[in-house]
Design a protein around this ligand. Structure first.
Ligand SMILES: [Zn+2]
Length: 157
């Protein structure tokens, strides 16, 4: 389905969102069109989200939470993570399994947005400690290139 500048692709219990979540998008009533039961939302293909888009995203997560079935977010886009961390209610309504974040290598200066496994690193993330990730260029350890709170607040209690 097409929602403004966002493509919504449903296969089984997996929902893949690709594009922009902006003022062209309405997501409130999307929940009613998604399959019943536990869902996985994949937003790795989301390239932009603004405050109006975020409001729609919250409408969607609220509507899904109201159905009572678990909602897991996989491969959350970097742009989604920094926005979602500003909204305390999302700590309760969604579970994040993995996400992308901006990393930089202190040795060679390379930049990347690696996928972080939030299940394997749950304990560190709850303490606002971003895991170190090997650099693709030089194999040194890369560090988060931003304040940990901007990505990890959503994992704290
Ligand atoms: Zn490097």
């Amino acid at each position: 389905m097409k929602r403004g500048r966002l493509d919504v692709e449903v296969s089984g219990q997996r929902v893949v969102l690709v594009g922009r979540i902006d003022d062209s998008v309405t997501l409130g009533e999307l929940a009613a069109q998604l399959p019943a039961g536990a869902l996985v939302l994949d937003t790795a293909g989301v390239t932009f989200v603004n405050s109006i888009g975020m409001r729609e995203w919250i409408r969607l997560t609220r509507a899904l939470a109201a159905r009572g079935a678990p909602v897991t977010l996989e491969r959350v886009a970097d742009v989604m993570m920094t926005q979602m961390n500003l909204i305390p209610e999302l700590r309760k309504t969604v579970q994040i399994a993995s996400f992308h974040a901006q990393y930089a290598c202190p040795s060679c200066g390379a930049e990347a947005t690696p996928l972080i496994d939030a299940v394997a690193h749950r304990a560190e993330l709850r303490s606002l400690l971003p895991p170190l990730v090997p650099c693709d260029e030089c194999a040194s350890l890369m560090a988060l290139a931003d304040f940990p709170e901007r990505y990890l607040m959503i994992f704290s209690d």
